[in-house]
Design a protein around this ligand. Sequence first.
Ligand SMILES: NC(=O)c1ccc[n+]([C@@H]2O[C@H](COP(=O)([O-])OP(=O)(O)OC[C@H]3O[C@@H](n4cnc5c(N)ncnc54)[C@H](O)[C@@H]3O)[C@@H](O)[C@H]2O)c1
Length: 443
Amino acid sequence: MDRFRDDLIARISERRAVVGVIGLGYVGLPLAVRAAGLGFPVIGFEVSAAKVAQINRGESYIGDVPSEQLAPLTRCGALLATTDAARMAECDLLVICVPTPLNVTRDPDLSYIESAATMIAASLRPGQLVILESTTYPGTTREVVWPRLQGRGLAPGTEIFLAFSPERIDPGQTSSKGWGVENTPKVVGGLTPACAELTAAFYRHITNQVVCVSSPDAAELTKLFENIFRAVNIALVNELALLCDRMGLNVWEVIDAAATKPYGFMRFTPGPGLGGHCIPIDPFYLTWKARELDLTTRFIELAGEINTQMPRHVHDLVVRALNRQKKALNGSTVLLLGVAYKPDVNDYRESPAFKVYDLLAADGARVFTCDPHVPSFELHDGQVITTMPLSDDLLASCDCAVIITDHRAFDYQQIVTLAPAVVDTRNATRAIEGPLRAKITLL
Ligand SMILES: NC(=O)c1ccc[n+]([C@@H]2O[C@H](COP(=O)([O-])OP(=O)(O)OC[C@H]3O[C@@H](n4cnc5c(N)ncnc54)[C@H](O)[C@@H]3O)[C@@H](O)[C@H]2O)c1
């Protein structure tokens, strides 16, 4: 009866289990590389043929995965990328790491998960473990993935295994703060106890702590709660920033002082708006689900309202900074410093820079962008913008520079010295002292 479970436990413990990772993006590629590095045979499934070719050449397109780490694994065949979904039958474990965006009406778009589950179902065989890692609302594993696998008539927990285990990696953190796949605890919720046991057994190789919860739904909600916790606290501190602006107080000074309390306080900082693939999107997965249960998640909605105001506030700060120089926004040249949604990464998904760009351009500003990590990007209307290298001439010729992302690569002394006015949304200029500070409008 436990033949498949016992066999899989043995394969996992001896690192013989063939690991299939579906979706080789920010989440999937680091996992695939980690598993292959540990000795598991890994097949990466990816719909983008260009990404498959790049990985098989040993070239990484994910900042946290150096090509020097990837190349030896692809060279020796430990990690192979493919577009051929039929090869999923070769895998003992299949980990789904596909996107979970919102659709045009800002409702969950589960089409990627649905298509990955359908692909798995096409070649499903007894003894396979399927793990969903994509962030999603409680109920997805049971209500969306399981029905697609169930069609094959295999019994859950004895013949086929299914679990949810959210990914928590924070792109850019691996190198800067030391949190990566190998030391970030994994939460696991299985469809049955055997599903949880097998999933935990796998992740105990990958990371140093595995936390089992009672169901996939609890694991799904855990991930959403973590991100909503951030969204709500960022909203609180953004609201404080708006209030401090009216009061003529420096919000950064207040936060720094509050953060000296050794307990009961956690530091969050204001900014130009939410960005990235998680914090601006994930809360809507829960509000959508809550509506189905006749509940309005007011905290989450309110946080969304405040956070989405921030790009407009940055626009107003630019108007103020120009006004001090007796200039109008219309016709002024504004330099946006940073397009990525957070420092030292090339990820610009949902970046607040775009909203700020649109608002300034709509009022007649000539907007240019600099980002050493983002050579070009696409605006909402499909327009491709090439970023410019930051130079003395560019800074001196603009009317206002706006620090959107506090990349370490920027020289803030150079920026404040040469630009006629600077709007700093990140307190990146905190070290600048003396008369130069008069040029800075701080969020
Ligand atoms: N990026 C993060 O920081 C982060 C952190 C934690 C969780 N997550 C969650 O993890 C999931 C994946 O996010 P990501 O940032 O890695 O996305 P991504 O867009 O970087 O990567 C997803 C990859 O999946 C591929 N793909 C889509 N459908 C596929 C299919 N049917 N078969 C094979 N490949 C397919 C895409 O081409 C893409 O390369 C999302 O649910 C996200 O919310 C992301």
